[in-house]
Design a protein around this ligand. Structure first.
Ligand code: GLN
Length: 533
């Protein structure tokens, strides 16, 4: 019987529900259980694909081509399993499904309402995982904070499922315990209020996790237990951690997994202890690396910490495995000029040119790339970053001064980055995006084939424009090799510079598939090149 664990949040947003849900998944998995994580987002967009990164952080892409919430990235990084479209559901999708069914007549003349039709649709999306028989635990995170109008139907679904499933369904509520420095006191009142909100909606939390900057005393735990009707053992502190990757171990020390197992009917003495050796090995490296490696990320959304989440995490992982401490400098590409580029980049051991959409900040990327190419700085171009590499090369090496991308300038004579013919006809309808995993064949003896140690790879995409084949010969003759090709369509996936220590551009997004236990080879090798190995 599959057990369903819901993670709700109260008091404030951004408390780390995603990391908590991923950490619990990680611990249960380490005890041998089959686990999946799911995220509900209470907004009306069908998916976050259309959201500006400033609104909602990075858009994560799953293997099956779903544009997803960035928490799915945490789930993959922590659990080392692939997420799919069904792991991320928005209110928009729920309503879309219900309205589609209504139009088809599936509701047989009934008045379609939030309860039971919307809640049934939510329930169906949670329980579909149980039906596969593939999972012992489904951990579902509910976005937003309890008390929001938007999250009401989700909380109502939790209420119904708890009622129907008894101890096979739990609710973990994450709250914040603020510290008042003037009074030198931690305050549990907001937690009590937030639990009341949840109770008012009919849900009694089984476990309360208190996010805090200071140690919570046993007395305070007892107080929370008493006021919120939970066992003292089920009041768990989650103190600020030095790294998100420490959270599973903190939760293990607080016995979160044990409480979950006991409450869902397991005899804890019969359950294997969690195997955390590989995780601990990584954490040891992460926490003991002292020598720095300086990497710059040049992009247009760098002011927002979450906008390039997966790249950041992939770099942290890769630096740790190379026994280096990552020193990441974010450079707003709009600010890069010919006058300041050397100053901005001269201290860097390696650079990543970020993905992106639209023209703003693009020319700064091109200026940075000219410097990086000419000065032999290890550089990885990701998606738009790779396209910028191609354009810089065409302008400054091939002498095509007006080389550009069709995305910015339809009139240029040198569209080095272009739309495919079949896409052009669809442009008026919004065009098409290449989304999700596609195969790529790497050229034997290329630098990128050495990075991967194999010739056939599969990587995730999220872009519309492509390298224009018309320029392939000129590029290769001048020393820019097209070293990765899609075997089905012939599209260029990887370019690399022959006479440069490490200058690789990839049309895909390697950052999405870098996990703690399987860091991505491109990031590992970029760091290696950056530290001179
Ligand atoms: N804007 C570019 C395209 O659509 C690159 C997209 C990206 O970097 N993800 O092709």
């Amino acid at each position: 019987m599959t057990k369903y664990i819901f993670v709700t949040g109260g008091v404030a947003s951004s408390l780390g529900k995603g990391i908590l849900a991923a950490s619990l998944g990680n611990l249960l998995q380490a005890r041998g259980f089959r686990v999946t994580n799911q995220k509900f987002d209470p907004y009306i967009n069908i998916d976050p694909g259309t959201l500006n990164p400033y609104e909602h952080g990075e858009c994560y892409v799953t293997e099956d081509g779903h544009e997803a919430d960035l928490d799915l990235g945490h789930y993959e990084r922590f659990l080392d399993v692939h997420m799919h479209k069904s792991n991320n559901i928005t209110t928009g999708r729920i309503y879309q499904n219900v309205i589609r069914k209504e139009r088809k007549g599936d509701y047989l003349g009934k008045t379609v309402q939030v309860i039971p039709h919307i809640t049934d649709e939510i329930k169906r999306n949670v329980m579909a995982f149980g039906k596969t028989g593939d999972y012992d635990f489904v951990i579902t995170e509910i976005g937003g904070t309890v008390g929001d109008i938007e999250s009401l139907p989700y909380i109502e679904t939790v209420r119904q499922m708890k009622w129907e499933l008894g101890s096979d369904c739990l609710c973990i509520h994450l709250t914040y315990v603020p510290y008042l420095s003037a009074a030198k006191e931690l305050k549990t009142k907001p937690t009590q209020h937030s639990v009341k909100d949840l109770q008012q909606e009919g849900v009694q939390p089984d476990i309360i996790v208190l996010r805090t900057e200071h140690e919570i005393t046993d007395d305070m735990k007892r107080k929370v237990a008493l006021f919120c009707n939970v066992d003292v053992k089920a009041v768990i502190q989650s103190k600020d951690a030095s790294s998100i990757y420490r959270v599973p171990l903190n939760m293990l020390a607080e016995r979160l997994d044990e409480v979950v197992l006991e409450k869902t009917g397991f005899d804890i003495n019969q359950v294997p202890a969690p195997k955390m050796d590989d995780w601990n090995h990584f954490l040891h490296k992460l926490e003991n690396a002292s020598k720095p490696v300086c990497i710059a990320l040049v992009g247009k959304y760098v002011q927002l910490q979450d906008a390039y989440k997966s790249i950041h995490e992939a770099l942290i992982q890769a630096a740790a495995y190379n026994d280096r401490k990552l020193v990441l400098t974010s450079i707003l590409s709009d600010d890069v000029t010919e006058a300041n580029v050397a100053e901005l980049l001269k201290e860097q051991d390696g650079v990543i040119i970020a993905p992106g959409f639209g023209h703003r900040g693009f020319e700064g990327k091109v200026i940075a790339l000219q410097y990086l190419r000419e000065h032999g700085v290890p550089t990885l171009g990701v998606c738009l970053g790779m396209q910028a590499m191609a354009i810089e090369f065409a302008r400054n090496v091939l002498g095509q001064k007006d080389a550009n991308s069709m995305e910015f300038n339809e009139l240029t004579t040198h569209n080095v980055i272009d739309l495919m013919e079949d896409q052009k006809s669809m442009l008026n309808k919004g065009g098409t995006m290449r989304l999700g995993a596609y195969p790529c064949k790497l050229k034997k003896d290329s630098k990128v084939a050495a990075v991967y140690g194999k010739e056939l790879i599969e990587e995730r995409h999220r872009h519309r424009y492509e390298f224009n084949h018309k320029y392939l010969k000129d590029f290769e003759a001048a020393g820019m090799l097209c070293s990765g090709i899609n075997p089905d369509s012939g599209l260029v996936e990887v370019i690399e510079l022959k006479d440069h220590p490490w200058f690789i551009g990839v049309q895909y997004h390697p950052e999405y598939s870098s996990t703690v236990l399987h860091p991505h080879p491109l990031f590992l090798r970029l760091i290696q090149a950056a530290i001179g190995h």
